[in-house]
Design a binder for this molecule. Structure first.
Ligand code: BGC
Length: 341
């Protein structure tokens, strides 16, 4: 699926506006609920402006019908390029067809759009994210007995959620088969909602008891929900919890000890590259891709960026050093909260 090829292609837009001096970009987001998407949006707009383009943003509040309508309205406003973070990678296929008919190039941002003629895909190495979560959890589980874990996956409508699970499976499955780990409860958190993750965690405790070693959770928002359930049981800080996104609240939980790790994804790199690619496409300039990913219909020229594991030990050297959060913000909180090392 993933080929490490470097290839350059010319995007031949068949429309007259393709060489426009000030391209108009339509950015359709699934949601702005998680902190990260606000940062993605802001960086994308700032970079696009810097490069001489304008951006119209729509956010669909996790609603497929609304997102399809958003994309159709961007098409009717004659944007030169569409950049889409799909709520549902399968449901977006129809809207992409309308963009294809209008000869508007489509870039999938962070999440893949399935079975559709899209022109480019920029994301992080999502399988690697899952592998890092699985590796961290398995390395810190008790080795003298079968470890008992709960698994909380992301939204079943998000192709990335499946890739995170696939990465976790790569690490955890052999240990489960060998009897070293037992999955006492597992479920998918609809729409990545923290309240759904909390319900899953409550159900896990009701079913399997308090004797749980780790909760492998796919992102920080849902980790927050699971930790809320653990807090109410007096178990927060005693059970290892994983996450992803390096949200500020997750980084604070990490230094306070209720969450073990997160994954830092350098969002500004992704957003800046996406703006650059979008503008090049609008201007019919050559675009470079480092690989390709099959979306069920075609091989999509793709860029996969690397990710970083964050724990309390390397907080300063990763998210703080990179300017993603300030030390003051991460270490702010209760009087007993730790100070930066
Ligand atoms: C993104 C994650 C995010 C999740 C929920 C995924 O597709 O890759 O970074 O936490 O969606 O919005």
């Amino acid at each position: 699926m993933r080929l490490r090829l470097v290839f350059i292609f010319f995007f031949l837009a068949a429309t007259a506006f393709a060489s426009k001096a000030k391209p108009l970009i339509g950015l359709s987001l699934d949601t702005l609920k998680e902190e990260r998407w606000q940062r993605d949006r802001d960086t994308f707009i700032a970079e696009a402006k810097k490069l001489g383009a304008e951006v119209i943003v729509q956010s669909a509040n996790s609603d497929d019908t609304r997102q399809v309508r958003d994309v159709e309205s961007l098409i009717s406003r004659q944007v030169d390029v569409l950049v889409i973070v799909p709520h549902n990678g399968a449901a977006m296929t129809r809207a992409v067809k309308s963009a294809n008919d209008a000869k508007i190039p489509v870039i999938a941002y962070d999440r893949l759009i399935l079975n559709a003629n899209i022109d480019y895909y920029l994301t992080f190495d999502n399988v690697k994210v899952g592998e890092a979560q699985g590796s961290y959890a398995s390395a810190h589980l008790p080795k003298d007995r079968t470890a008992r874990i709960v698994r909380i996956y992301g939204a079943p409508t998000d192709n990335n959620a499946k890739l995170f699970k696939q990465g976790q499976d790569n690490i955890l499955k052999p240990l489960i088969t060998a009897g070293k780990i037992e999955v006492v409860h597992e479920d998918w958190a609809l729409d990545w909602k923290p309240e759904n993750a909390k319900k899953i965690m409550n159900a896990a405790i009701t079913k399997a008891g308090r004797n749980i070693d780790a909760v492998v959770v796919s992102n920080d928002g849902t980790a927050g929900g699971a930790i809320q359930a653990l807090l109410e049981e007096g178990l927060a800080g005693k059970v290892l919890v994983t996450g992803q996104d390096a949200e500020l609240s997750a980084c604070q939980r990490i230094v306070n000890g209720t969450q073990a790790m997160t994954i830092y994804k350098p969002l500004s790199k992704l957003a800046k590259q996406a703006a650059e690619v979008a503008i090049k496409m609008a201007r019919s300039k050559p675009v470079v891709a480092l690989g390709k990913i099959n979306n069920g219909k075609i091989d999509v020229p793709s860029i996969l960026l690397d990710v970083v594991v964050v724990t309390k030990d390397n907080m300063m050297d990763t998210v703080v050093k990179d300017g993603f959060h300030t030390a003051a913000d991460v270490y702010r909180g209760a009087a007993e909260s730790p100070q930066p090392p």
